[in-house]
Structures are given as C-alpha cells and as structure tokens.
Design a protein around this ligand. Sequence first.
Ligand code: PEP
Ligand code: MN
Length: 348
Amino acid sequence: MDPVIIAGPCAAESKEQLFTTASQLRQQFSESEIKLSFFRVGVWKARSNPNAFKGLGEIALPWLKEISEEFDLPVCVEIAKPEHVDLCLKYGINSVWIGSRTVVNPFDVQELADALSGTDMTVMVKNPIVPDLNLWAGGIERVMKAGISKIYAIHRGFAEMKENVLRNKPLWEIPIELKVKYPEIPIICDPSHIAGNTQYIPTIAQIALDYGFNGLMIETHCCPNQALSDAEQQITPAQLYNMLHSLIFKYRNDSPDEELLRKQRNLIHDIDSQIAELLVKRMLVVDEIAVIKTLYNIPIIQSNQWNNVVKRYQKNSLPDEHYASFIEKFLELLHQQSILRQQKIKEI
Ligand code: PEP
Ligand code: MN
C-alpha cells in the first residue's frame, strides 16, 4: 500500500489561507512519487483555552469542497458533534477524523458513530489524549459497528502534565499494540502533535515509518508564523516536500520479506515454543515447592532465594539498559505469578 499522506493547516483561518496552502501543496507534489492523500484542516477546534481561536466553522465547508475539486484532493475535517457530520454531508466533505479529546468519551463517540452510520465516509480515529489502548480500540469498534468500512487510526501521542521536549508522549507500545490487534486498519502517525515543534517532526516521522506505520498526518500552513493555532509545529508545503523526500519509506511488507526472513522466523518460532514450555515447567516446579512449604510451615516469600534468581538472570544478560529493564519487569511478573500460585496451593 502507498503511504497515506495527510497535510494541511491546523485550523481554517480564511479562504485565502486555505486556498494558498492547498495550491502550494498541489504544486509541490505535482511531479512527486510521494502522493498526497488528503488535505486536512480543523474547522471546529477543540481548544483547552476558551479564548483560543476555534476555527471558522460552517462557512469554511463550501471552500473546502471547492478545494477538493480544484486540487483533486479529498478534504478531511475534525468532527466532534453529530451536527458536524450533518454539515459535512450537506457540503460534500466525505472524510473526517474524531479528535483525541472526543475519543476519551464513549458517549460522544457513540453519537458520532450513529450519525455516521449509513454514510460511506472515511473515518479516522485519533488516539485518546490519555494512554488507554482500550478506549482507542473501543472508539474504532464503535465506528466499525456503525458500518463504516474506510477507517484509519491516527497516533498523535498522549498528554503529559509536565513540560517536556515533546508536546505529547509517543508511547509507541500503544499504537503498536493497536496495529497487532487490528492489522487491517491502516495506522497513521501525526508527528506534528507529538512534537509540538517543527524540529522533532522528521525524527518522529522516521521512527513511525520504521515501525511500519502506513502514513503520516502533518500540519502544513502557507505561513506558519502567522498561524492562529499551533504555529510552532506547522511547516510550509515546501518544507513538507523536502522532509518527505528525506525520509525512508518502508514499502515492502509481504512476500519478499517472508522469503528473506524465513530462517530467522523459524528460529524465533522454535525459541518461543521452548520458552512457553519452560515457563509452564517452571510453574509446575513452583507448585511442588508450594506443597513442601505448606507441609513444613515455611513462608512463601524468601528474599534470599529470589535475589539468587535475579542474580542468575543478571549474569546472563545483554549489555543494554533497555534489556536490563525488560528483565527487571519480566522477573517482577514471574515472581508475582509464582507467589500467586503458591498462595492458591496453600489454600487447598
Ligand atoms: C488536530 O489535528 O488539529 C488536533 C486538534 O489534533 P488532536 O485531536 O490530536 O489534538
Ligand atoms: Mn493542531
């Protein structure tokens, strides 16, 4: 599948701003092998601060319809209320996204799903601002159950209370889990909202592509420094062109890789079966220990014994802090599991 590239301003500010941005995008990408898939723009902005710019609302919709026809570029806008769906239908806007502040509320998502039901709209579901995979998955499922078939997931990072280099934490494990859960749903990364500044957008975009994301949504404005919202993170159409052409896209995913990786995949398969078998074996030995401890009144927790187990794993490790912290978490779970089993056996 070709990468899905979604570009356009954070918010609709004026007819001129929309047309200038769209026409510059069209010009930049007219000869490009990377194709633009959607022009994005917020016409109703969910702003934390009530005094912040909220987008132009309905008056921007007929301009966007014109843009989609003149520049041959489908337009997508954010929807947060069922009336937004009705207005999109009225003006022929066929692609929408549900924003991260809306996805946190299942009532709101359900109302949107009901309004979308029976339409053939393309619906993108951003991750909720809180790091909750089930909430994101639930939002997607509500849209699926409404009979929508063209669905995309958008990863835009997760809110953090404290100031950080990045505006939102990527927590890559969450979109990766989502991709494993719904392999048929394309997942797009929105590095603009993760970064919150233009400097880190390329790095985050490349990480997403390396993970196998299916595309990028990037805020693009004809004059970023005059933007009425998210000015620090918007780039120009020319900058977008240069950035996309400096990224490495991972196109190959099916048969060629299977062929190349067959040997290693078989090995991994084998190793995983052994690990699974050994873990079960280990638990059965834990059960035997539990019986002995119960018989002889020995307490379940014996710190020295457990510290020895930890040392054994540390001795046979990799010189890598991430691996060390993985082993630490793994051992914590292993210990908890074995304590649980011992408690159960004690109760019998
Ligand atoms: C946006 O894409 O303009 C937007 C508001 O994003 P999010 O819902 O991810 O904050
Ligand atoms: Mn924005």
